[in-house]
Write a protein that binds this ligand. Sequence first.
Ligand SMILES: NC(=O)c1ccc[n+]([C@@H]2O[C@H](COP(=O)([O-])OP(=O)(O)OC[C@H]3O[C@@H](n4cnc5c(N)ncnc54)[C@H](O)[C@@H]3O)[C@@H](O)[C@H]2O)c1
Length: 371
Amino acid sequence: MPDSSALTVTYKTGTYEIRVGRNLLDSVSELLTSVGASGPVGIISNAAVNDLYGGPIREALNQAGLVTRTILIPEGEEYKTLASAEQVMSALIAQGMERSGTILTLGGGVVTDLGGFVASILYRGVKLVHIPTTLLSMVDAAVGGKTGVNHSSGKNLIGSFYQPDLVIMDIKTLETLQVRDRISGYAEMFKMGVIRDTSYLEFLVDHMEACLAVDSGDILIQAITRSCELKAEVVEADEREADLRRILNFGHTLGHAIESTLGYGVVRHGEAVILGMFGAGWLSNQVGDLSMKDWDKLSAMLKSIPLELPLESLNPEAIEMATRLDKKVANSQLNFVLLHSLGDAYMQTGVPTLMIKLAVDAIRTAWEGGE
Ligand SMILES: NC(=O)c1ccc[n+]([C@@H]2O[C@H](COP(=O)([O-])OP(=O)(O)OC[C@H]3O[C@@H](n4cnc5c(N)ncnc54)[C@H](O)[C@@H]3O)[C@@H](O)[C@H]2O)c1
């Protein structure tokens, strides 16, 4: 059983390593120097995460002779904006950040997305190391090279593809994470199993308690590593989302609509994706070729994930409308990631938006115990 693991991700013009383990932050300076990172190191974080983990990281880097600068962004998705990115860059430039320096992101997906974006455009690109500190950012946001910020017209509309030089995932940092954020990250690992690897899916279901536990250990290291490996395989095949990478959106068409109608503060991204995966599975069975056996299995697994959501507030009409807006739907037809079978996802064109309301009804019925 591993107490740490390393995974090499290959992309079009290079490779980088993802390190997963417990107490990896104790070796942060060695890890950074192993990829040739030099100072100044611009640490981008928020106050809460910086309070918890920033101090020892700065101390270790300073002792290794790396000068650090820390820039904090305010808490919350609403600060993942171009204006915040500009403020971060202005502060870094004012504090002597150099072209040869390194951006180190320390935080959840908001921080890794914004910090990755800054690294991609500051001085036309500087070295980038991610230290994701939520389960969701470990298995999703910090892997795959998508960076970005939100625009008033929608989420993640501005951004870049920019691969990091190193990703350090220390599961010790997850001990301070709220249980709902843990569930949110578990949902993205679950999604990788549903679309790519049924034995991994079964592993996750069998070890759900261990994955969600505060002091989780080797099981979680294995789970995170496999999820990243599965995502990396897809990204390696289709870095810029021309084709295969779109299957990573399984559960996200409905999930995004649920998030935007319930409100970003009310529902976590991954919680909405759990409901979105239920809706997409239901559609796969109703309008696609997912067998009843696989659908029964998937729906039971999804319903076993603990969720605390005001499901009575799910509004089928509002969700259908949000889906139309989000996807700029032509002729009332949607592209939707569906399943042929568990482990085999595909993009289905021409799903009538009217089916969305029925899928939301199915979600509500299932969680109200009526199914
Ligand atoms: N780039 C991608 O491919 C990709 C993929 C998925 C999601 N995302 C983005 O990721 C973001 C969501 O990420 P998230 O769920 O990590 O949200 P988040 O970054 O908002 O973090 C959630 C909360 O956890 C706190 N936190 C972070 N680490 C902590 C720790 N170790 N202990 C205690 N609290 C901690 C944060 O301060 C925040 O309050 C969204 O902006 C989404 O668009 C990007």
